[in-house]
Design a protein around this ligand. Sequence first.
Ligand code: NOJ
Ligand code: CA
Length: 533
Amino acid sequence: MFYEIYPRSFADSNNDGIGDLNGIKAHLTYLENLGVDAIWISPCYPSPQKDFGYDVSDYENIDPMYGSLQDFDALEQAAQQDKIKVIMDFVPNHTSDQHKWFLDSRSSRTSAHRDWYIWRDGKGPGQPPNNWISDFGGPAWTYDPKTSQYYYHYFEAAQPDLNWRNPAVKDAMFDVTRFWYRHGVAGFRLDAVDTLFEDPQLRDNPLLDGKNEFGDREMVNKFNDNLPENHVILKQLRTIADEHDAVLVGETWTDNISQLKEYYGAKNDEIQMPMDFMFTTVNVLSASKFRAQIALQESAKEWPVYVISNHDMQRSYNRYGDGTHNDQIAKVMAGMYLTLRGTPIMYYGEELGMENNDPTRREDVKDPLGQAGWPVNKGRDGERTPMQWNDSTHAGFTSGTPWLPIPASYKSHNVATESADPNSVLVFYKNLLKLRRQNPALLDGEYIPLNQEDTNVLTYLRRVHHGSEAETVLVVLNMSASAQPVQVNLSAQSIVSSKREALLTTLGAAPSTNPADPIQMDPYSVYIAKLTR
Ligand code: NOJ
Ligand code: CA
């Protein structure tokens, strides 16, 4: 299991209100006990923090607000001792406008780094080179009076896109990955890999009807997103990763399963772990919808990477919660994404049932996306609030002023309080992760859907064969608000079992151990059992 740490918000060791690397180091034992195999740290490089670290001004250092390179090495070594791998976030699409490459690039039309970014003349006075819009609202081009040209930025204006058609950019960026491999990292989460290349002719994108949440005209990003050239770079990054026995995790937004499959590479020579974000587009707790999405992922015959939330989307606790049974629902979600075939990536605090704390006033918004999209899009501050360690002031995150306000629910939903409560979300996560680690069927077994017509309850097997023997685990997840009797028909799967032994459950009453008997599932409940012959 991979665990995403948003470093500003995990633990603040020097009480300036902002999390840091020493804060992470101080909590490695917590992560080890939780059952974390690898931590992915969102960008902690020097950065003006316009996009909170995704605007990198030096790829080969640590921002002083997070510590130093020495602190990083110390964290890396301590993590190794706890058998936790460290995955860095690599931001290849763009730099900060304060990066020395861009400062030189914009200084004159003939500067050494001019062609490291994408500069073009406007179509006419006050008119950008084409109609492309930025993901953060407004045109994707910003005019720079110094040299009277526009530069291109898929994201915020302070995040100019690198020109990946320039071999010097490629070499420099590949070297960045080697730098971190030398510092012991076990791989990278690749940011925005779909936008590395743009159409060489910079053709206008086709327009759609209507406007987006920033008031810009809707369009299909045909000429600046998902170009085939991206895959060439991914293969090369993979070659370097293989030299270091490293893993690449992809921020891979895809529209369909064949697009997602492409990211693995035709010969499994691109990203080992492209995230399935289509899974996160299932925005209601629905057994049928999840079953369908799992079936799609399984049809790719690759190693799935399931995610239910991250620093760019509302927390799963709110997305799936009904406001009354949120803890039970959080356990159902865990019961699903931690028992499916593949590698799950957990967002920090998910294991506590942390909830969003969205800003209520525009002046409080820190995220540039929220500033541009207010009030339709309130930005991503809500899902980035400090980790909740205990019920003391500021949830034990800092004794200073936390950079974002902590939701009131931290009083009950925090590591200390939940550790002492056998019914908490945290203890459920711990037990489940422990089970997953020890159980070969959950780790490596195939996924076999059952009861496929059931719209309320998601039921499946995980099954692994060793020689003539098989190990079989049954997972039953009631995603509905009402009690559901579940009859499991194993004969259709040619599975013979005389005994059903619960491994982990949230049920009030223990079901019969006879596999032929129905299982009485409580509303929003989890039942995981071993089937023996
Ligand atoms: C994806 C990151 O996850 C997001 O936080 C960021 O704003 C954009 N890429 C731009 O780097
Ligand atoms: Ca700090």
